[in-house]
Design a binder for this molecule. Structure first.
Ligand code: 9UX
Length: 70
């Protein structure tokens, strides 16, 4: 089973941000990165292993604010 999470991400401005965000999201156990663009990301996660809060916390730790869109 998996859930999709679409996030709007504040503070991203360049391709290096995209790489940083991608790496941070990939490091959350149970999360699979589908797409990262400047200002947004889409991931799927296994609800048995991860939750939305862990995803937004991973972004906070590297200085970005993620808002769940869906
Ligand atoms: Mo680019 Mo992002 O110079 O925090 S890495 S804006």
């Amino acid at each position: 089973m998996s859930s999709t999470l679409k996030l709007a991400i504040e503070g991203m401005h360049c391709g290096a941000c995209v790489r940083r965000v991608t790496a941070a999201l990939q490091n959350v156990p149970g999360v699979q990165v589908e797409k990262v663009e400047v200002g947004s990301a889409q991931v799927v996660f296994n609800p048995a292993e991860a939750n939305a809060e862990q995803v937004t916390s991973a972004l906070e730790r590297i200085g970005f604010t993620g808002r769940i869109e869906k």
